[in-house]
Write a protein that binds this ligand. Structure first.
Ligand SMILES: O=P(O)(O)OC[C@H]1O[C@H](OP(=O)(O)OP(=O)(O)O)[C@H](O)[C@@H]1O
Ligand SMILES: O=c1cc[nH]c(=O)[nH]1
Ligand SMILES: [Mg+2]
Length: 212
């Protein structure tokens, strides 16, 4: 079977900010700020392949053919709540016209099954490109469940964007959604016995919102 690519976003600014986020002593305020900044940088990288088409425009001096985004269909960003919301804010700064859907999922602590508690997409997702965002791809259950639900609405394309991925999560996700490209800033070593990414950065939602 062929899989859509896994792209590691190795930009030095992303890598530096990720290292700051991993450090246990980084405060909630700083963690939130860094996740927002990384969201912006990830948005820049994952939109590299957006098609352009030339438009005739008038500069103060001359007429020219200049490139603009080809599609008039706005992108849809879907953060997986809660932690995905922390990436959304930065992405929206770069793509302010994007539409936003939300999927609320929590991971059952013992089974690691993703449990849905909220789902809302813009009404016209069909034919649009969707970016599903969540900082963590651990077992992959949350990402798989989110993409399962979004595919019910037959968007034009889906990309999955995270900050940290475990090899186990990538394998599970690719098995279930071989057509969906993954973008991540790093692939870590493995999962621990509680399904946390090692070395990882801990619980992204708790660090983002100060709930632990
Ligand atoms: O790949 P998985 O094994 O499914 O784990 C990853 C999920 O776990 C975290 O969310 P969590 O369930 O802790 O919810 P939260 O964002 O509300 O903290 C994280 O933000 C992902 O959504
Ligand atoms: O390492 C992990 C795994 C799941 N969810 C997190 O927030 N962190
Ligand atoms: Mg959490």
């Amino acid at each position: 079977m062929t899989f859509a690519p896994v792209t590691i976003i190795d930009h030095p600014l992303v890598q530096h900010k990720l290292t700051l986020m991993r450090q246990g002593e980084t405060s909630t305020t700083k963690f939130r700020q860094l996740l927002k900044e990384i969201g912006m940088l990830l948005a820049y990288e994952v939109t590299r392949d957006l098609p352009l088409k030339n438009q005739t425009i008038q500069t103060p001096l001359a007429t020219m053919e200049a490139p603009m985004l080809a599609s008039d269909k706005k992108l849809v960003i879907v953060p997986i709540l809660r932690a995905g919301q922390g990436l959304l804010d930065g992405m929206l700064e770069l793509i302010p016209s994007a539409r936003v859907g939300h999927i609320g999922l929590y991971r059952d602590p013992s089974t690691h099954i993703a449990v849905e508690y909220y789902f809302k997409l813009p009404h016209d997702v069909e034919h649009r490109d969707v970016l599903v965002v969540d900082p963590m791809l651990a077992t992959g259950n949350s990402a798989v469940a989110a993409v399962d639900r979004i595919k019910e609405y037959t968007p034009h394309s889906i990309k999955f964007i995270c900050l940290l991925a475990a090899p186990e999560g990538i394998a599970h996700f690719q098995e279930q959604h071989p057509d969906v490209a993954i973008f991540t800033a790093a692939v870590d070593d493995k999962l621990d016995e509680h399904g946390y990414i090692l070395p990882g950065l801990g619980d992204a939602g708790d660090r983002l919102y100060g709930t632990k």
